[in-house]
Design a protein around this ligand. Structure first.
Ligand code: NAD
Length: 506
């Protein structure tokens, strides 16, 4: 294979540098590794050789490929040794001053046509380039850890980056077996920006005492199809990594409320309860296995009250059919009888507000999240209001669990758990499109490959309904009076017109 860049220099032979070295060598480039720490580049080379030997053992690569790859990587003793590189990729410590002075040094020794790129996650590409004489030949090239397995790379144009430089980097990404996505130089670029919604909104819900961490995880796994719940994910990433990212993006966006971090993670980080790697996070780990508290048992009831369903319930026909299938005694009057359990299914509004507006007895009123078609979810979520009687809560729990589908009962919240988290993910994604940070298509690719979500955020919005999610946000904003829930213009217009969120204006 002939690589678009014949000789690639990599500065910083840590976790990222060595991963990038591996795929660059596999793409056919000669790779020169340099690290300021004595012996680090040679160690990285040895680790790479072992990695290729393992792949050979597993028959993932041939003996010929193994020796080719090994021959293409060289450890360098000085930065000067990178003078003949066509491309230099920097993956050193995340500090602006260090990166700026390092690049000034590299620029002075390489050929005038050489391209320089940074793997920074959180610094501005434009700010790093400001120390250079040829900022047009400088770009961001943001990989994810572990590099060989995370098959996406963000190509970031700084203010002065020449377009052909980004186009060539995109070709090189493909030669390395990665999917390039093109991003403008903005805080968090695409993946770390889009990823702000899942954890922060889940933390917000937990901070309001709506329910516990494990229940939030179960709901989002079972209702939406996330592989990991937000707290499982935070435990895996570890708070010493993710809390500073939350803070950095919030600060860089001048305290945009949508990205507001949580005191929960700040305090846990301060206390060292950072996640799986220390055995203690949102879950406790024994031999690396999370100790998940058991789900509350389904109540057993002697008598089941009759059930009345609000005329304003979302998916009312489906809800009535579901209740029929569950063998409920359904009332059909315009209002509930004196003994009936009243079921409401709001979008964005809390059960309390709905009970008051519909003049229902709050003691007998329960909410169910019907944003997603019941047949498409593996869990039902009910919400009480502060006045709901325990016997009514238990009756609803037992009734909705009759066919064996798990049921979670949470406290009242505008938008339940799924509505809030999904609306937040979709809203932030729409705002990324609104700001022109990337194309809708690249956003979908970046999030699916970079965050492992079951589908891209715009696709998620289309699946659950842009109009419904817009309604969720409007109503949650009314309940909370919090600008964090104001809809992005991208969602507002497309949702109001019933258009796909991928719809791009001419
Ligand atoms: P790391 O600590 O594993 O490796 C950094 C290496 O750079 C070390 O070996 C260190 O000795 C070397 N180094 C430091 N200063 C140097 C200098 N002036 N010249 C040459 N070498 C120097 O770090 P990492 O996780 O590989 O991260 C590197 C960069 O990649 C950072 O900018 C980070 O933000 C970014 N990044 C990291 C991840 C991740 O998940 N680890 C993901 C994407 C991007």
């Amino acid at each position: 294979m002939t690589s678009i860049y014949q000789t690639v220099g990599i500065v910083g032979a840590g976790a990222m540098g060595r991963g990038i070295a591996q795929i660059a060598a596999q793409a056919g480039s000669h790779v020169k590794l340099f690290d300021i720490q004595n012996g680090a580049a040679s160690q990285a080379m040895q680790a790479l050789e072992q990695q290729w030997d393992k792949l050979l053992e597993k028959s993932k690569i041939t003996a010929e490929q193994t020796s080719d790859y090994k021959q293409r990587v060289h450890a360098c003793a000085t930065l000067q040794d990178l003078a003949d590189c066509d491309l230099v990729i920097e993956a050193v410590v995340e500090r602006l001053d260090i990166k700026q002075s390092l690049f000034a040094e590299i620029e002075a020794l390489v050929k005038p046509k050489a391209v320089l790129v940074t793997n920074t996650s959180s610094l501005s590409v434009t700010a790093i380039a400001s120390a250079l004489k040829r900022p047009e030949q400088f770009a961001g090239f943001h990989f994810f850890n572990p590099v060989p397995l995370m098959k996406v790379v963000e190509v970031i144009a700084g203010l002065k980056t020449a377009t052909p430089i980004c186009d060539d980097l995109a070709i090189f990404a493909q030669q390395m077996g990665h999917q390039p996505v093109m991003a403008q130089d903005t805080p968090g670029f695409i993946v770390n920006h889009a990823g702000r919604a899942y954890g922060t909104e889940a933390l917000r819900i937990a901070s309001e005492g709506i329910t516990d961490f494990a229940t939030i995880d179960r709901i989002l796994r079972d209702q939406v199809g996330f592989k990991l719940g937000p707290f499982e994910l935070l435990d895996l990433t570890a708070l010493d990594v993710s809390h500073p990212v939350m803070e950095a993006i919030y600060k860089q966006y001048y305290e945009e409320p949508r990205y507001r971090p949580s005191v929960i993670t700040a305090q846990r980080l301060a206390g060292g309860v950072v996640g799986k790697k220390v055995g203690e996070g949102f879950y406790t780990y024994v031999n690396g296995v999370a100790q998940v508290p058991p789900e509350p048992a389904t109540p057993i009831l002697a008598d089941m009250p009759p059930v009345w369903v609000s005329t304003r319930a979302v998916r009312r026909a489906e809800l009535l059919q579901l209740l029929k299938d569950l063998g409920a005694n359904i009332e059909t009057g315009v209002s509930p009888s004196a003994h009936a359990l009243s079921i409401v299914a709001p979008l964005g509004f809390d059960v309390t507000t709905v009970a008051i507006i519909e003049r229902l007895d709050p003691a007998r009123t329960i909410g169910i999240d019907m944003l997603i078609d019941d047949q498409l979810t593996k869990r039902r979520v009910l919400a009480t209001n502060p006045a709901t009687r325990a016997d009514m809560r238990d009756a609803a729990h037992a009734l909705f669990a009759r066919d064996g589908k798990p049921v979670s009962v949470i406290r009242d919240s505008g938008g339940f758990v799924t509505q809030r988290v999904v609306a937040h993910i979709v809203n932030i994604a729409c705002d990324i499109c609104q700001q022109g940070i990337c194309t809708p298509k690249d956003l979908e690719t970046a999030v699916t490959l970079g965050l492992g979500y079951p589908m891209g955020p715009l696709m998620m919005g289309n699946k659950f309904g842009p109009t419904e999610l817009l309604e969720v946000l409007f109503n949650v904003q009314t309940v909370y009076g919090d600008p964090r829930y104001r809809p992005s213009p991208w969602l507002r217009r497309r949702g109001a017109l019933g258009l796909s969120l991928m719809h791009v204006e001419d």
